[in-house]
Design a protein around this ligand. Structure first.
Ligand code: GDP
Length: 235
């Protein structure tokens, strides 16, 4: 079954003044096991230079984002497992090569978080998703037992507004029987069929190390495609 069919993505057009230096030819597929921590940012201005290729991970707190990044990179300590929701409102950058990065976006799920923290998160996420030119795609993690919560829909909407490809990881797939997990996957895909942008979905289990090849294929495509910005407006 084709899981990831509609690409290459078209990035937003940028004015010549904003254009970064020519990035050169697309790099080879990264080795995720080479990932190492680069830096953290609380604001867009603190992010590393906006060049090269990035793939970002976002999800509700406790969705399994840290576990997925650690599992993909085979590094149990790379992304720290979450603490109190809202305490860590930082974007964390992990370098794969000189020009390729994985990006761990701050988790969301605001039951116990002050409004000011929610607003700060919204501003940071909107800024990053809409303005980061080197961002090639967004991995959106959802617990397979509770997908498509309101804030997940918000992330999908931002992804669409930014013409950003989105790949949904339905995490903790081992918590459901295969039939129930497949039903959840099909329901999410039916929702994504209505998504105006490029979107795909898969099951994933960090515990069972299932779904790596599928996720790796999506990330490889995002992190190696030629830059598509040629001054054309996104349609
Ligand atoms: P984050 O807040 O999104 O970074 O989530 P974490 O990676 O810290 O995971 C939250 C909880 O879910 C932890 O207790 C993990 O052990 C658990 N978890 C994460 N991935 C899986 C999985 O694939 N299977 C199961 N059964 N539990 C998982």
């Amino acid at each position: 079954m084709a899981l990831y069919t509609r690409y290459p993505p078209q990035k937003k057009a940028v004015s010549p003044a904003m254009t970064e230096p020519e990035p050169g030819p697309a790099p080879a597929a990264p080795r995720y096991r080479d990932a190492h921590f680069l830096t953290s940012a609380a604001r867009l201005a603190q992010c590393p230079p906006d060049t090269g290729w990035e793939a970002a991970f976002a999800g509700r707190s406790n969705a399994g984002k840290s576990s997925a990044i650690n599992s993909l990179t085979n590094n149990k300590k790379l992304a720290k497992t979450s603490r109190t929701p809202g305490r860590t409102q930082l974007i964390n950058f992990f370098e794969l090569s000189d020009s390729q990065r994985l990006v761990d976006l701050p988790g969301y799920g605001f039951a116990k978080v002050p409004r000011s923290v929610q607003q700060e998160w919204t501003r940071l996420m909107e800024d990053y998703l809409q303005k980061r030119q080197c961002l090639r795609g967004l991995v959106l993690l959802m617990d397979v037992r509770h997908p498509l919560q309101p804030l997940d829909e918000q992330l999908l909407a931002w992804g669409a507004a930014a013409a950003m490809p989105v790949h949904v990881l339905l995490t903790k797939a081992d918590k459901l029987k295969r039939g129930a997990a497949t039903t959840a996957l099909l329901q999410v895909r039916a929702r994504l069929d209505k998504h105006p942008g490029q979107a795909s979905a898969q099951l994933f289990s960090a515990l069972k190390h299932e779904g790596h090849a599928e996720l790796g294929a999506v990330l490889d495509a995002w992190l190696t495609e030629a830059h598509a910005v040629e001054g054309g407006q996104q349609g």
